[in-house]
Design a protein around this ligand. Structure first.
Ligand SMILES: Cc1ncc(C[n+]2csc(CCOP(=O)(O)OP(=O)(O)O)c2C)c(N)n1
Length: 273
């Protein structure tokens, strides 16, 4: 077991995260899960795109590939297929994964390559100054929606379920125990495992939405979170695509579809056309 402190690449400090940012909580939960399942940093590569959340691999004492915006899944897929003996973990954000990298995300779930993906959904483009993202809730403020967001958000976890990921869970930074447990499950399962963490960005989301204190965002998460099984029926049945402001949480799916390298096809000994 490693001391949690040893996971951090301290020569990169000071880090870029603002005071009260949720990224530290996510890292902490992840390191605990990593310890619990007995993975080794020497055998793990962390891959990310661009954004505050995508900075996380730079602060981990392991090999990392900091790729281009939205392309983390594509790079991670290539790495895992060429070096299957390595464990590959992706850290990404709502903008990186769901917006610019949306197609890679959907097809990553469909391919079910053996990857663990953690998406930090802070409801905003944090790094670039607070533009609305695809997960900004309806009517909330951002630099690009000064009168309130007209659009309704994407539901990343539901998309992952529909597209075929083996394991999908969503928690918030208020649910640290559940999140840590899900992360440990994700690391031990084969296939494309996706965990969305709704996390606070006090600087660029909270401040514009009367929740400047990190604690007020955590309160908001607590009040808005509803277990998926108890939540209202799927958003598609409702006029209000925002699920009336609810954040559905829990383990959405845990299944054992054959992952990419376990499936037939693509070999010289296949049915061969
Ligand atoms: C091709 C390209 N387009 C746009 C950008 C600018 N850009 C950098 S980070 C970012 C937003 C990242 O948002 P998210 O993934 O939600 O991460 P956060 O910073 O909120 O953690 C954008 C638009 C870029 N670097 N490259």
């Amino acid at each position: 077991m490693m001391d949690i402190f040893e996971f951090y690449r301290k020569d990169e400090w000071p880090h870029v995260f603002c005071p009260g940012c949720g990224n530290g909580t996510v890292m902490n939960c992840f390191f605990r899960a990593f310890n619990k399942v007995g993975w080794k940093l020497d055998n793990t590569v962390f891959v990310s795109g661009i954004g505050c959340s995508s900075r996380i691999p730079l602060y981990i004492n392991s090999d990392a590939i900091h790729t281009t915006h939205g392309r983390a899944i594509a790079f991670a897929t290539g790495l895992k297929l060429s070096r299957p003996e390595l464990d590959v973990v992706v850290f990404t954000g709502d903008g990186d994964l769901g917006a610019i990298g949306g197609n890679h995300f959907i097809n990553g779930c469909r391919r079910n390559v053996d990857l663990d993906v953690v998406c930090i959904n802070n409801n905003i483009y944090g790094m670039t100054g607070g533009q609305a993202s695809i997960t900004t809730p309806h009517d909330y403020m951002s630099t690009t929606t000064p009168l309130g967001n007209k659009e309704y958000p994407f539901d990343l976890a539901e998309i992952a379920v529909a597209a075929g990921a083996n394991y999908v869970a969503r928690w918030t930074t208020k649910h640290v125990h559940e999140l840590t447990k899900s992360m440990a499950t994700s690391l031990t399962k084969k296939g494309f495992n996706f965990i969305e963490v709704v996390a606070q960005c006090p600087t660029n989301f909270g401040r514009r939405n009367k929740m400047a204190e990190p604690s007020s965002l955590l309160e908001w998460f607590k009040e808005s979170s509803v277990r998926r099984d108890k939540a209202r029926a799927a958003a598609i049945d409702h006029v209000d695509l925002n699920l009336a402001g609810q954040i559905t949480i829990g383990e959405f799916v845990s299944r054992d579809r054959a992952c990419y390298h376990e499936r037939k096809g693509g070999s010289a000994h296949g049915n061969g056309h």
